[in-house]
Design a binder for this molecule. Structure first.
Ligand code: GTP
Ligand code: MG
Length: 403
């Protein structure tokens, strides 16, 4: 799974990405600073089962701190967008094409309203961020519409003359956008008008269908950024009122980046998502840094945190519905073959089965799947067993992992 950091140009996407991943990314107050996408690794926090099982773990693919597992997840920061990008404005469809692989979006908006429609700095409060959410939704829909519309005649011919299956044809056309068969099926079932003959679909029908596909296949959370600027407060209320279906998270990417860098240098004690931080080396701070940190402290008191970690967890855990499971090789000791206790945690989507987990670990394990053992209960379970949050699972397969 990959979450895309998306939005209008110059709203703080790369700052958000840098704060979340500590990977270098070019940041500047001019439109279209980012051209090529930045990829990096952030983390989500999930409950580790070490305490529940009364064991001391040796994590390999993640970290465990006081019973909380920090699980790596991927983020991609792409070029910014301006209205009519799908018609070629700004960097045009580049942004959209770089987003094909994203399973969900963190939509960064300048909640303070200090970036105009074209991405140029403006008087705080002058731009309405509600418009930014609407235009981004529209651009993504139009992008998907164009992709489908371009091949619509071929789809009609396929169904009516070659007797091909509409679902299969749509799957082929949209697979590159990470739109699955399940997404398409649920969009097709969502409205009566999608059951009429395919040559009778109007452009409006295709548009409505694409709109459904977008909503189903690309869940989104709104990171209401620049919450450190006073004009953001009123706009955040309006964003929440206007977009009740979205999680809106007040956020200051700039504050998070400053905290993460200060923590890395050992100047403060801070973990992403914390409600506050402690200064450790006050004597090493300049007056300017002290002032900056005091402002960040106020901001965190007001909003509860900087919002960056919350936004990442909102997309992965709440919207994409990822749950942690712990694969082991020894179901009695909860270890791998080297004796590491609860070595790995894997995020799977709610509804995933024991066999899906086997495939996620290795294709050979999936193909040779025989059964699994639920290590918490000691019970044998079949391939269709639906995984639960915090399951500890041993896969028994006819095929070992080669190499
Ligand atoms: N006040 C404030 N400024 C911020 C915040 N986040 C980012 N900025 C500033 O906003 C400007 C744009 O930041 P970028 O991260 O380059 O924005 P972007 O969305 O990646 O821009 P493009 O790549 O050009 O589309 C920079 O001057 C940042 O310092 C924030 O939380 N608060
Ligand atoms: Mg950028």
């Amino acid at each position: 799974m990959i979450a895309g950091v998306v939005g209008k140009t110059n709203v703080g996407k790369s700052t958000f990405f840098s704060a979340a991943t500590l990977a270098p990314a070019k940041i500047s107050n001019v439109p279209f600073t980012t051209i090529e996408p930045n990829r990096g690794v952030a983390s989500v926090r999930v409950r580790c089962v070490c305490k529940e099982l009364g064991v001391v773990d040796n994590p390999r693919n993640s970290n465990c701190i006081n019973g909380i597992r920090w699980v790596p997840v991927e983020l991609v920061d792409v070029a910014g967008l301006v209205p009519d990008a799908h018609k070629g404005r700004g960097l045009g469809n580049k942004f959209l094409d770089d987003l094909r692989q994203a399973d969900g979006f963190i939509h960064v908006v300048d909640a303070s309203g200090s970036t105009d429609a074209s991405g140029n700095p403006c008087e705080p409060g002058a731009r309405d961020p509600v418009e930014d959410v609407k235009f981004l939704e529209h651009e993504i829909t139009m992008w998907m519409f164009q992709i489908l519309k371009k091949d619509w005649d071929k789809i009609v011919k396929g169904v009516l003359q070659l007797k091909e299956d509409l679902l299969g044809l749509l799957c082929n056309r949209l697979a590159g956008l990470m739109v699955s068969k399940k997404h398409i099926l649920s969009a097709l079932k969502s409205d009566e008008s999608f059951s009429k003959r395919v040559d009778q679909w109007s452009d409006d029908d295709i548009m409505t269908f694409v709109e459904r596909i977008r909503k189903i296949s690309k869940p989104m959370v709104i990171a209401a950024n620049k919450a450190d600027i006073p004009t953001a407060e009123e706009n955040i209320k309006r964003l929440k009122a206007e977009f009740k279906d979205y999680t809106v998270i007040p956020c200051s990417a700039e504050a998070e980046l400053a905290l993460r860098l200060a923590a890395k240098k050992g100047l403060i004690s801070y973990m992403p998502g914390d409600k506050t931080f402690e200064i450790i080396k006050r004597e090493e701070l300049t007056e300017r840094q002290k002032l900056g940190l005091a402002k960040i402290k106020d901001l965190m008191e007001k909003w509860g945190s900087t919002g960056v970690q919350e936004a990442i967890e909102a997309i992965y855990l709440k919207e994409l519905k990822m749950i942690p499971v712990f694969p082991v090789e020894d179901a009695g000791k909860f270890t791998d073959h080297k004796g590491n206790v609860l070595p790995d945690v894997i995020l799977v989507q709610e509804g995933a089965t024991a066999r899906d987990l086997a495939y996620k670990i290795h294709t050979d394990l999936g193909e040779g799947f025989l059964f699994a053992i639920n290590a918490k209960s000691g019970q044998k379970v079949g391939e269709g067993y639906v995984l639960k949050e915090g399951d500890v699972i041993k896969i028994v397969s006819a095929r070992g992992i080669k190499g």
